[in-house]
Design a protein around this ligand. Structure first.
Ligand code: SF4
Length: 376
């Protein structure tokens, strides 16, 4: 999660809410991506440190539990930047230029000069962020799948260039070995009379590939390709009906005080068909309807559909039900946050402990990568 300030409801429903569930099922690593924040905010870094702490507070108050997952700050674990540098040696520029969000974001943030190496490289930094931990899965919404695909391509290219460790598998069929050794002799340019058998596992693996007799060999890749774990990311509109986003300034914060939350929801756009009180509308064409679908009970939702379609309720009333549902959902989170705000040491300790645990895992991967890339 990039530290661009306190999290909003879109961040919560699209990611954090899922993470809280995942920490019970998986060995999870969650981090505050402050290096990523610099890719767009390099000229104005003044708030990054405070934003880091705000996001950590949001993580904890929403239910991430440092006893069940690792929470850390990206820049605390130097291995992220180191692996990014190593990946940048072999990643073709074209792979980065064709990432769909590259051009989109440049256009969206036209006021910033994003013609920088760091901005072009941010998907590669993401690949380093992911592969350092050799994960089985990366939890993402449907719109992030392309980023994980790039990570898988980077892993594939790395594993192709630096093949890792080969081993004779327990299911090896001894009668296949002589023909594989013969192929290995040919590949090594041995004379026809040679009876050499002392080939490395990598040489035998290559020969086995060519004879299509791979069964005797296994290969332990250094960077396994992670899979996507698609998590629900419900449509969450902002106050103006566009996707909720800080850059559109149409968001509701996870820590939004009740009074301000109610006032903002009152200003939300609605189904344009409901100009007058007795005009009938359709919650499926209304951003407030979308919020009801995420936060309201079945019972309230039924009242919204019926009342809107028959014009028996007004938008003001409907919006107040919507605000009630969101306030109810946020109440325990905000209470937890208020409690944590009184104890700033808790957040600092969580980040310090997370740094240590993340670094241990990251260091082990980096040592393997450096070794096969000729760096000791
Ligand atoms: S009644 Fe509710 S769902 Fe219908 S248009 Fe008004 S705010 Fe939207």
């Amino acid at each position: 999660m990039r530290p661009t300030g306190k999290l909003h409801l879109g961040n919560y429903m699209g990611a954090l809410h899922n993470w809280v569930r995942l920490q019970a099922e998986y060995d999870c690593f969650f981090f505050i991506a402050d290096l990523h924040a610099l890719t767009t905010d390099y000229a104005d870094p003044g708030r990054i440190a405070q934003n880091d702490l705000d996001i950590a507070l949001d993580f904890l108050s929403a239910g991430l539990d440092p006893g069940r997952c690792v929470i850390f700050r990206q820049s605390d674990v130097l291995e992220h930047a180191q692996l990014f540098t190593l990946f940048s040696m072999f990643t073709p520029l074209g792979w980065l230029e064709r990432v769909p969000t590259y051009k989109d974001q440049q256009a969206q943030l036209a006021e910033k000069d994003l013609n920088t190496y760091g901005f072009l490289g941010y998907p590669l930094l993401q690949s380093a962020d992911i592969l350092l931990y050799k994960p089985d899965f990366v939890p993402v919404g449907a719109d992030q799948v392309a980023h994980v695909e790039l990570t898988r391509e980077v892993a594939r290219r790395f594993n192709g260039l630096y093949p890792g460790e080969f081993f004779l598998s327990p299911e090896a069929k001894p009668w296949e070995l002589p023909s594989i050794q013969e192929k290995a002799r040919k590949l090594a340019g041995e004379p026809k009379t040679s009876t050499r058998t002392d080939f490395s596992a990598a040489q035998l693996y290559e020969a086995a590939q060519q004879t299509k007799k791979l069964s005797p060999f296994g290969r332990r890749e250094i960077l396994p390709e992670p899979q996507v774990l698609l998590t629900p990311s419900p449509k969450l509109p902002g106050l103006d009906g566009r996707k909720m986003s800080k850059s559109y300034n149409n968001h509701l914060m996870l820590s939004e005080p009740e009074e301000s939350l109610r006032a903002k929801i009152k200003t939300m756009v609605t189904d344009p068909a409901r100009v007058r009180r007795d005009d009938k509308g359709d919650p499926d064409k209304c951003p407030v309807g979308d919020l009801h679908k995420v936060f309201s009970s079945e019972e309230t939702l039924a009242k919204v559909y019926d009342g809107c379609r028959t014009a028996s309720i007004g938008c003001i009333e409907c919006k107040s039900w919507c605000a009630d549902a969101i306030v109810r959902r946020l109440e325990p989170i905000q209470e937890h946050r208020r409690d944590l705000e009184k104890r700033p040491d808790v957040v600092r300790d969580v980040l310090a402990n997370g740094k240590e645990r993340a670094q241990k895992r990251a260091r082990a991967t980096l040592v393997e990568v450096q070794h096969v890339m000729g760096l000791g």
